[in-house]
Design a protein around this ligand. Structure first.
Ligand code: CMX
Length: 136
């Protein structure tokens, strides 16, 4: 598999509405819109940063991974996402190498992407996501 580029950096926030002005008005980034990703129990906002994006993540329920993360660590960088051409192939290659995965099947992410997470214990403490655009 090949991680082609940074797709986005995920940042956990308590409130999208409260965090949005920093990125849009202070940092002057292009705001792309918000979307609910029900399967991941988050609402997200995207900002364009060159070829990559900043993804703000707000929990939509108390048992959301983002709610748990904020409870433990406070707001901050939550994950790094890399783009791949073929997610199923990437998952198979990682499994073959014995890399611990959270998702062994592609799941639905924002923007109609297919996503899968690697476990932070397998990636030096950095929660890592792979995503394939336009798959779902
Ligand atoms: N980055 C780095 N480490 C993390 C982490 C993160 N974002 N979230 C949890 N961890 C670490 C914890 O610190 C903990 O480490 P220790 O055992 O050393 O304390 C360990 O992982 C287990 O964490 P936990 O708090 O007990 O939480 P869970 O095991 O219940 O869940 C995880 C952790 C990573 C498996 C879960 O958050 C998950 O499945 N994440 C993937 C899905 C996700 O994050 N979705 C939201 C974003 C979706 C999107 O971008 O669309």
């Amino acid at each position: 598999m090949k991680a082609k580029k940074i797709s986005h950096v995920g940042i956990a926030v308590k409130s999208l509405d409260a965090a949005l002005p920093l990125y849009r008005d202070v940092l002057g980034m292009e705001f792309e819109g918000t979307e609910e990703v029900a399967e991941q129990k988050v609402r997200v906002a995207f900002f364009i940063s060159g070829e990559s994006r900043i993804e703000l993540l707000e929990a939509t329920s108390e048992d959301s991974p983002v709610a748990k993360f904020i409870e433990k660590n406070g707001e901050g960088v939550h994950h790094l996402a890399y783009e791949v051409d073929d997610l199923s192939e990437a998952i198979a290659a990682l499994q073959e190498q014995g890399v611990r995965l959270i998702d062994t099947e592609p799941r639905r992410g924002a923007h109609g992407t297919a996503i899968a997470f690697l476990h932070p214990k397998a990636t030096g403490g950095v929660l890592t996501e792979l995503c394939q655009p336009g798959k779902h």
